[in-house]
Design a protein around this ligand. Structure first.
Ligand code: FES
Length: 576
């Protein structure tokens, strides 16, 4: 194979003043002559920040990646991307995913980088870094931060996120004291690392592994485990080989890779946030993918992984049971996964499977004994969600999967929370909560509030689940009969904005329908009245203005319209 000229040589191999300037400047790091003799320059993109403890381990991982790169003959140079701390950032971290992706893309293109190691972890960071790097289409490999170690509190196993919702609910119902809730806080986070449930971070790391964009076990080795350091080191070696072989994502990522990812999300009982992120990643890789693909490909795949929030165990248990390759092998055995898809190592995923062995069939179930028969996300469409909404049937109550109920409408999540905490809230277990203006533009940033708590009054009656319909997202660690990502969102005139208190709503997950039982004529009248009263947010400025003017709806991945596709990594013009 003809060796491709390295991008970095456009900086370091040129003669004259500019070459001198580039080399001289980099020598300021103490780099030797050999840095400039045609070795691959490997960027190590990380999101380390003290505002995001999920990714705090990246500082150590960087060193291990560097060792691997050096061992393989490359030159490692780290660069930061904006951190996205899921529980911390306001108004909602999703608002900043595209910002981080833009920074990654532009920094790769602007610098002498031949291949990139993406150190990602907390929810949005994986799609953000991947989206940016995919738009440049240079060789890449993902190293995830890894999940936190398992946690217990007073004898009970705790799952990050999952037990926060549970504690909140128990405190509201009066079955857990506020002092105990406070005492459990530290127990939830016994180490750095991402949520150790099958939340969004673990789901995205699993997607990366299933698409061959990382080494095996990347999704599940706990953050402080020395084997993650080893994985980082091996990834450093692998990226140098990837550059030498010119293994750009466009040479091996296919539509089939994305189909594999959708089926994997179903089999692991993955987060609903995966829909938005995978749609966005596909958009950057120029692979056609629609919301309907989630229904046709993933919906009927059983959930095989018994991890919280849908199940009982945690990520370390998943690793001990054999990890994602066992799941992939079980999907392959059912002809539900194409293991001939290639990986960053230049070999098919099938190469990982002969050694895949399950050590605990309770944690990773067989097809004969799944955690739930339908692990996938169901897409609902109808006059209430013309462009789709999703529900995670495995996390919902069976009695509510086919249900008609009366709407109680909230224009603001704060109003809902206030009503939900009131003993006098006039609500029944059959009512349907409409929580709107929580979408990408409405909030803005589509926060994870769709799984807002069950009203206190109902909790005290022993009702722990009701239908909530929203244009928001929900945490991958959450549970409940929650219909979310309603598109188009209320703030852009979606039908969710037309619902009135007392309207009847028909939910039928089996048929994939979500309908407002109001005549078309009446809805038309409501729409006209609404459009006369709507005012655009003309006060947005700065990044918010960019976001409000360019963000696409969730069915299109919430990417910016001008960022779709690949722009390559052509070397920018030299300064003169
Ligand atoms: Fe960062 Fe869950 S909050 S991974």
């Amino acid at each position: 194979m003809k060796k491709r000229k390295l991008r970095s040589q456009d900086w370091f191999a040129i003669k004259g003043r500019q070459g001198f300037e580039h080399r001289s400047n980099m020598r300021g790091l103490g780099l030797p002559d050999s840095t400039f003799d045609g070795r691959p320059i490997i960027g190590i993109c990380n999101v380390w920040s003290e505002f995001n403890p999920c990714d705090a381990g990246q500082r150590d991982l960087i060193g291990h990646v560097k060792s691997g790169v050096l061992e393989a003959g490359g030159i490692p140079l780290e660069f930061p991307a904006p951190a996205i701390g899921e529980p911390i950032m306001r108004p909602s971290p999703l608002m900043f995913r595209n910002l981080t992706s833009m920074v990654v893309e532009e920094l790769i293109r602007a610098n002498p980088i031949d291949g990139v190691v993406l150190l990602a972890g907390c929810d949005k960071t994986t799609p953000a870094l991947l989206m940016g790097a995919l738009s440049c289409d240079i060789p890449l490999i993902v190293v995830s931060s890894g999940p936190k170690i398992n946690a217990t509190f007073r004898g009970e196993t705790l799952g990050s996120g999952t037990h926060i919702w549970q504690s909140e609910q128990d405190a509201s119902a009066g079955t857990m004291s506020h002092a105990d809730v406070a005492a459990s806080e530290a127990a939830h986070s016994r180490s750095h690392g991402t949520c150790m449930t099958m939340g969004t971070a673990s789901t995205m790391a699993s997607i990366v592994e299933a698409m061959g964009l990382s080494l095996e076990y990347n999704s599940c080795i706990p953050a402080p485990d020395v084997r993650r350091a080893l994985l980082a080191r091996h990834s450093g070696r692998a990226i140098v080989q990837g550059v030498n072989d010119d293994r750009r994502p466009s040479t091996f990522l296919t539509r089939q890779s994305f189909e594999n990812a959708i089926r994997t999300v179903a089999a692991i009982g993955g987060s609903s946030n995966a829909v938005i992120h995978l749609q966005a990643i596909a958009g950057r890789a120029k692979i056609p993918l629609t919301l309907d693909d989630w229904n046709t490909l993933g919906r009927d795949i059983p959930c095989l992984v018994d991890l919280m929030p849908a199940g009982r165990f945690l990520m370390d248990d998943f690793y001990g049971a054999g990890g994602l390759s066992v799941v992939i092998k079980r999907l392959v055995d059912q002809n539900l996964f194409d293991a001939q898809e290639m990986t960053v190592l230049g070999e098919p995923l099938a190469a990982r499977l002969p050694s895949a062995k399950c050590f605990n069939n309770e944690v990773i179930r067989t097809f004969d004994n799944p955690v739930s028969p339908q692990g996938g996300l169901a897409v609902l469409k109808g006059n209430l969600a013309p462009d789709g909404a999703i529900i995670k049937p495995a996390a919902a109550s069976t009695r509510l999967l086919k249900h008609k109920g009366k709407a109680i409408v909230f224009d603001d999540i704060k109003d809902y929370m206030e009503a939900a905490s009131s003993e006098t809230f006039d609500v029944s277990a059959d009512d349907i909560m409409i929580i709107r203006n929580c979408g990408l533009k409405g909030y803005p940033g589509m926060p994870e509030v769709a799984n807002a708590c069950v009203p206190q009054k109902l909790l005290k009656e022993g009702v722990n689940d009701i239908i909530r319909i929203s244009d928001a997202r929900m945490s991958g660690t959450a549970f409940g009969s929650v219909i979310l990502h309603v598109s188009p969102e209320a703030a852009v005139g979606g039908p969710l904005a037309l619902v009135k208190n007392g309207d009847m709503i028909d939910v039928n997950v089996e048929q994939g329908s979500l309908n407002l039982l109001v005549s078309a004529e009446e809805l038309k009248e409501r729409e006209q009245a609404l459009s006369m009263s709507r005012r655009d947010d003309d006060e947005a400025s700065g990044y918010k203005s960019l976001f409000m003017n360019h963000v696409l709806q969730p069915d299109r991945g919430a990417d910016f319209d001008f960022l779709l596709g690949q722009r390559g990594a052509d070397t920018p013009r030299e300064s003169t």
